[in-house]
Design a protein around this ligand. Sequence first.
Ligand code: M1P
Length: 246
Amino acid sequence: MAVKKPGVIALFDVDGTLTAPRKEATPELLEFIRELRKVVTVGVVGGSDLSKISEQLGKTVTTDYDYCFSENGLVAHKDGKPIGIQSLKLYLGEDKLKELINFTLHYIADLDIPIKRGTFIEFRNGMLNVSPIGRNCSQEERDEFERYDKVQNIRPKMVAELRERFAHLNLTFSIGGQISFDVFPRGWDKTYCLQYLEDFNEIHFFGDKTYEGGNDYEIYESPKTIGHSVTSPDDTMAKCKALFMS
Ligand code: M1P
């Protein structure tokens, strides 16, 4: 029987790393994680909230991985048990939060884009997720918005304006997915989860958006991790096999 390497953890981003963006993991990937977990501690860190990560990686995600960090680790589980939760509401206070939400909704109301749906702001524990088209668009509408945004820069322009307007709040605006961006206090990016991993002397992080401005950049560049840039779930599996299973 394989012996688990002590002090080593393989930590994975979700979208683009373990799954196609916002899609479910394949049976092959799930089996691969089960095998990997026999030789090394495994963790997952996603920008999405726990319900979305569960849709993608399975309802038992908090026990299928030794560590499960949703909302960048602002919500943290170890061995299926909650070990930490951060609150944007407590951090900002109701007045600043309301100012930010009101401005954002006004901005979206004035935005002329081909279609709009519902849920323009999703209020999470440690962050806001803002979507100009609205989160409950269909998959086809989501893909279409992503293409439109690449040409029209709807999200980058909106983020630039919010960044300037709310500079005093010390917030990060992070475009990690297809139709939205995340808003959270500076430092509450994916490096936030590393505080739970101080007992590990080798933290291997795998992510696809490791370039500057991508939502894996800070943790990939952190001196506390060994960063691996991947291009797809297949690439993640190949790189992991070479590192841990050969
Ligand atoms: O994991 C990356 C992002 O995934 C979703 O983005 P979108 O819906 O825009 O594709 C969101 O859950 C977002 O919070 C997250 O960062």
